[in-house]
Design a protein around this ligand. Sequence first.
Ligand SMILES: *[C@@H]1O[C@H](CO)[C@@H](O)[C@H](O)[C@H]1NC(C)=O
Ligand SMILES: *[C@@H]1O[C@H](CO)[C@@H](O)[C@H](O)[C@H]1NC(C)=O
Ligand SMILES: *[C@@H]1O[C@H](CO)[C@@H](O)[C@H](O)[C@H]1NC(C)=O
Ligand SMILES: *[C@@H]1O[C@H](CO)[C@@H](O)[C@H](O)[C@H]1NC(C)=O
Ligand SMILES: *[C@@H]1O[C@H](CO)[C@@H](O)[C@H](O)[C@H]1NC(C)=O
Ligand SMILES: *[C@@H]1O[C@H](CO)[C@@H](O)[C@H](O)[C@H]1NC(C)=O
Ligand SMILES: *[C@@H]1O[C@H](CO)[C@@H](O)[C@H](O)[C@H]1NC(C)=O
Length: 627
Amino acid sequence: MGHSMLFIALPFIYLMLYLPPLTTADLSSDEEALLAFAASVPHGRKLNWSSQNPICSSWVGVTCTPDKTRVHTLRLPAVGLFGSIPSDTLGKLDALEVLSLRSNRLILNLAPDVPSIPSLHSLYLQHNNLSGIVPDLLSSNLTFLDLSYNLFVGEIPLTVQNLTLLTALFLQNNSLSGPIPNLQLPKLRRLNLSYNNLSGPIPISLQKFPVESFVGNPFLCGTPLAQCFGVPPSSPPFPAEAPTKPKRSFWKKISTGVIIAIAAGGSALLLLLIVLILVCFSKRKRRQGSGESKGKGSLGGRSEKPKEEYSSSVQEAEKNKLVFFEGCSYNFDLEDLLRASAEVLGKGSHGTTYKAVLEDGTTVVVKRLKEVIIGKREFEQQMEMIGSVRPHPNVLPLRAYYYSKDEKLLIYDYVPSGNLSSLLHGNKGGAGKTPLDWESRIKVSLGAARGIGCIHIDGSGKFIHGDIKSNNILLTQELDACVCDYGLAPLMNSAATPSRIVVGYRAPEVIETRKYTQKSDVYSFGVLLLEMLTGKAPLQSPGRDDVADLPRWVQSVVREEWTAEVFDVELMRYPHIEEEMVQMLQIAMACVSKAPDQRPKMEEVIRMIEDIQHSDSENRPSSEKPS
Ligand SMILES: *[C@@H]1O[C@H](CO)[C@@H](O)[C@H](O)[C@H]1NC(C)=O
Ligand SMILES: *[C@@H]1O[C@H](CO)[C@@H](O)[C@H](O)[C@H]1NC(C)=O
Ligand SMILES: *[C@@H]1O[C@H](CO)[C@@H](O)[C@H](O)[C@H]1NC(C)=O
Ligand SMILES: *[C@@H]1O[C@H](CO)[C@@H](O)[C@H](O)[C@H]1NC(C)=O
Ligand SMILES: *[C@@H]1O[C@H](CO)[C@@H](O)[C@H](O)[C@H]1NC(C)=O
Ligand SMILES: *[C@@H]1O[C@H](CO)[C@@H](O)[C@H](O)[C@H]1NC(C)=O
Ligand SMILES: *[C@@H]1O[C@H](CO)[C@@H](O)[C@H](O)[C@H]1NC(C)=O
């Protein structure tokens, strides 16, 4: 450390020799500033900076603007910088946009002229021993500010409120105290204030961040941490008027609607069951009367009342049977089904879905179709088509169907765990969403893609799913995806107004022509991938542009080169996945191409996702935890 004296003396010499080059901000002034910095801050590894060599091409860590007139980036991570950064060194690089001095041994205050360089947009100073207060003069161009793992004290400066472009703020593992300012930063996607000594309620605008953004501050309270004692709760969890969360409150509205609808559906089912049971009773009696009983008569004790008109009763009884598909081991009939206890699982565009538990404990899913527009013949043909999709672990098989004039029922296996939509966006009943890590999302995407691919290949390559959306991707406990509700679109009245959610997945040509193709399936799958990457639900109210048309929104964000911003905040916690996320984003964007023939085939999509999964397991240990 014998050089220290010399290093400290040097800046004075520089200052005396080359007095302020204030007027000419150019490459030579940048060079001076860098040399002054190198001279005043000792460093373990030698920087090969020398005025003999061209600064833009041979100085380690330095990158210039494309026209080579100014220094634009300085990255010196872990080069053993030791000491403090004096003013009038780096602060003079007034075209600097990116500064990274992370993982060094910088101490004392940060020179105030560094974070305030007006052009600066990314500042990485994590893992040093910087102390003093967080500078309050900050470049208004900052998008990324990382001061974590230092020794900063005092409060978070209020000026952070003015950093409207900020996307990431990392202040964890310092000794900051006082309240968190009410940061209304529309672009903020990543926040970490953990392990400080911050206190008071978490402002509403930051309550959307996870617990992990705030842990280790014992005096902090409010959502997502424990409720504040003595302080009235600062807000309801979904404030309708909070300007930062319009989509949440939108969801909320929908969900109450759905709950009412489900409740209504439930009582409607009860009525239906009663009516159907009555109808069946009378039919059974008629059958018995004509000696056609199937011999399953456990419902004894009926009086023999003469029937008014039962001309075609025998035929009706024959016709109105459940039609089971080959390879199905179920052994029940319509009456068993009608005696089953039923619970509404959901109400979708095709009708209401129930979970039915039969007396013998068999559990199946029954879908009651509404607004079926095609006749019996066509219906049966379509059912045969759906039933012929070969067994595949990622496809929910149709087990049986029932057709009568007034009722059309489809019977599926029951998958206990849930669907992708509720996992990503939370349950409509209010249950929170489950955090889905990146690997799980790849797994689910791949499973769904394989399921859809299987549907596309079967049925002589002409079969179409027609309703791909996150609600129709069922998930087992192990997150194996199972694609359901395929092949129903041709049964339905396509003129009926579809729900907003459905519209969000529809390819442009489907909205125009109402014709589904495998390529329109690929489009919907692309929207599904975007949904998984962004964590946003594809909603669209007809005639309004402001609500997310997911592909268009993503396209606009990516065009502005804010790529990182499209991704789900949830995913930002995991290290080293950015590249894979970008790869997945590219697949999704290819799928949502406007022109159908520019979209890849499902087989290609599967291959591309498999590539990501492979690179994934090669590049990092599967147990890697969020950083
Ligand atoms: C300085 O180091 C960088 C990276 O190690 C190298 O690319 C560059 O050529 C070196 N410059 C000189 C003048 O040696
Ligand atoms: C920071 O200082 C402490 C002691 O003051 C030391 O133990 C630690 O290694 C230093 N950290 C760095 C990154 O230099
Ligand atoms: C902020 O950044 C933008 C775009 O990079 C640039 O045009 C603008 O000049 C910057 N502002 C300042 C004060 O340097
Ligand atoms: C934020 O900017 C506005 C206008 O530029 C200014 O009036 C205000 O004082 C700033 N607030 C803080 C906390 O710096
Ligand atoms: C951050 O602080 C927490 C709590 O003091 C500690 O457990 C953790 O190891 C710290 N992380 C680092 C990298 O210093
Ligand atoms: C943390 O802040 C509380 C007040 O909010 C104060 O009483 C306590 O001494 C602080 N702890 C440390 C370690 O600074
Ligand atoms: C914030 O940093 C802490 C400490 O290093 C870490 O435990 C936590 O997971 C981080 N939170 C987020 C949201 O990344």
